[in-house]
Design a protein around this ligand. Structure first.
Ligand code: SF4
Ligand code: SF4
Length: 114
């Protein structure tokens, strides 16, 4: 992806009216991003916009693939068998950029406290 395209994705996410900005700069780890692997199309927008390198897109784990319904399995396969994971979820500051950047609506922020 070109630098110009990445900049466009970042700007669009930062200006999105539905961005949950009220939680911006929350203490690290108080909110966690959760990816719906059945929706994710491995398009990398979350990797591009996250300022804290929370995401990576890689091959879906067999256990996660088995949880998908038949339609979702086809979808993931069509997208190279890849999906987004959150190896650095504890660095999430709840800025909301990934939530509004994801074209599939696959990311939600959930509170880590009961
Ligand atoms: S979670 Fe959304 S933004 Fe991230 S790779 Fe999947 S489709 Fe793309
Ligand atoms: S809310 Fe912000 S810091 Fe947290 S994962 Fe999404 S883009 Fe990264």
């Amino acid at each position: 992806m070109s630098d110009a395209k990445e900049l466009q994705i970042k700007r669009r996410a930062a200006a999105h009216p539905d961005r949950p900005g009220e939680r911006c700069n929350a203490p690290r780890g108080t909110w966690l991003p959760v990816v719906d692997h059945g929706r994710c199309e491995a398009k990398d927008d979350c990797v591009i916009v996250c300022p804290n390198d929370v995401f990576e897109v890689r091959r879906i784990e067999p256990a996660d693939f088995r949880k998908l319904n038949p339609f979702q399995r086809i979808k993931v396969t069509v997208h190279g068998g890849k999906t987004a994971y959150t190896p650095n979820a504890d660095q999430c500051a709840a800025c909301g950029l990934c939530v509004v950047a994801c074209p599939q609506g696959a990311i939600t922020l959930v509170s880590s406290t009961p």
